[in-house]
Design a protein around this ligand. Structure first.
Ligand SMILES: [Mn+2]
Length: 450
């Protein structure tokens, strides 16, 4: 059965992870199919440790959902022969099963060669020749039928594919060679099946349910080749297109986890204590312990329901989560900048905003110039028009922001602040999504108009 991946955004945060893990459980208990919780890039050590603490498997990292040759394989495996099969047995197998192409495999199912019905016919025709010695035919025939597959199989000039090859490449080769069937092998040359041009038409895209994002830039690589079945999110509506109508639940609440708690409750599905704590982690981290302006009454209501189940106070759990992270000293510049980085597109510009929650803005101030150097390098590499780093102190309820990139002046102009400190200090600003991203979109839009 083809799995359906429940997957969050790249640089997964706790909300994204909690949403993928919990919604997978929800789907598994309410719908048919095989569901797998996934992440669009590596999950950091802190988040992995929390998952282990709560006894959850870490979601699989799915870096790419492009269609591969293995996606063309049918679940039914092709019939095959071994090298010591006689031609007699081979002919019977061909006739009984109406085969056109037969792979020859070794003892460990490794691929050795191929025989087509055409090859077999040629052997008979060659041996019988013009048919003048018709009285000798029975002996000739017996001689042929006693031959082994090893003597006649084709081992050269074959076109075969590895399972991880992109379908686009395979398609080109198939169209230029036009054989009836092509063997597919794994990295150890083990035979996996045969594919034909017919399978190209039947190609099954990877199926995904997106949680906590709906923008292409934040989604797993190759998303345009996958099929999105559902989206559960709390961000602005992005730029993803789907082929058919889908279930799209998007509400302006503080976290995706909030929506998933609601979905569990609507359907009366059981929430274990650990699941309640995982979802509480998603809510409390995304709403910054209810201090972010994105927080809604629904977030608080759902957190209260999770408190009933877990017996754990949401604010206490939130403090526990923030105390686990936020140790500025122990992190490299890259960890600070890349662990919660989101990319956005506005017209011809791509920009990125990293956010880092800390309880120590003074220490952050000491590192600003070093971080700015790294940010300038990232801007050049990734072709960002600008890149911001928000250091947010959830107890002070303020963000200290630094900016790099060619268009950084746009951000410096867009936010009212005191220029003396070498950073943009924003009292009361805690939400990237609500208080920073829209301002930058607006600034870039104006810049394009001018
Ligand atoms: Mn979220």
């Amino acid at each position: 059965m083809k799995p359906i991946y429940v997957i969050g955004h790249k640089n997964p945060d706790l909300d994204s992870i909690a949403a993928a893990v919990s919604y997978k459980v929800f789907k598994q208990s309410t719908a048919d199919g095989l569901y797998i919780a996934a992440a669009a890039s590596e999950i950091n050590d802190d988040h992995q440790a929390l998952l282990e603490e709560l006894d959850f498997e870490v979601p699989v990292v799915l870096k790419n959902v492009r269609t591969r040759v293995e996606d063309l394989l049918e679940s039914k495996k092709a019939l095959y022969v071994s090298t010591d099969t006689s031609l007699m047995e081979l002919v019977n197998l061909i006739r009984r099963n109406d085969l056109k192409t037969i792979p020859v495999l070794g003892e460990q199912e490794q691929f050795l060669g191929l025989l087509t019905i055409g090859d077999v016919a040629m052997i008979f025709m060659d041996a019988l020749g013009s048919g003048r010695d018709i009285e000798k035919s029975p002996e000739v025939l017996r001689g042929i039928l006693d031959k082994k597959v090893a003597d006649i199989m084709k081992t050269r000039g074959l076109v075969l594919f590895e399972k991880d090859e992109p379908v686009d490449e395979a398609r080109k080769q198939m169209l230029s060679t036009r054989y009836r069937n092509y063997p597919v092998v794994d990295e150890d040359n083990r035979f996996l099946g045969l594919i034909s041009r017919y399978n190209l038409l039947q190609m099954k895209r990877k199926q995904l349910i997106l949680v906590d994002h709906n923008e292409k830039k934040q989604a797993v690589e190759g998303i345009e080749e996958a099929e999105v079945l559902e989206i559960i999110d709390h961000h602005r509506v992005g730029d993803l297109q789907t082929i058919s109508p889908i279930y799209f639940r998007n509400e302006p609440v503080g976290s995706t986890s909030t929506l998933i708690v609601e979905i569990f409750l609507e359907h009366g599905i059981f929430l274990s204590r650990n699941m309640a704590l995982l979802l509480l982690s998603g809510i409390m981290s995304d709403t910054m312990i209810f201090k972010s302006p994105t927080t809604t009454s629904k977030d608080k209501r759902m957190a209260a329901r999770l408190q009933d189940i877990s017996g754990v106070d949401p604010a206490e759990w939130g403090k526990y989560l923030f105390a686990r992270t936020g140790r500025l000293d122990s992190l490299t510049d890259e960890e600070i900048l890349l662990s919660d980085l989101k990319e956005y597109v506005s017209g011809d510009y791509t920009f990125a905003i990293a956010q880092f929650e800390t309880i120590d803005l003074d220490k952050f101030a000491d590192r600003r110039s070093r971080l700015l150097d790294t940010m300038a390098r990232i801007c050049a590499q990734k072709n960002y028009a600008l890149m911001c780093l928000m250091a947010t102190d959830i107890f002070e309820e303020a963000t200290d922001m630094i900016v790099a990139g060619d268009k950084k002046y746009l951000v410096e102009d867009a936010f009212e602040h005191d220029h003396r400190h070498g950073s943009i200090y924003l009292k009361g600003v805690m939400s990237r999504k609500k208080q920073v991203v829209p301002v930058i979109y607006e600034a870039l839009r104006k810049e394009t108009l001018m």
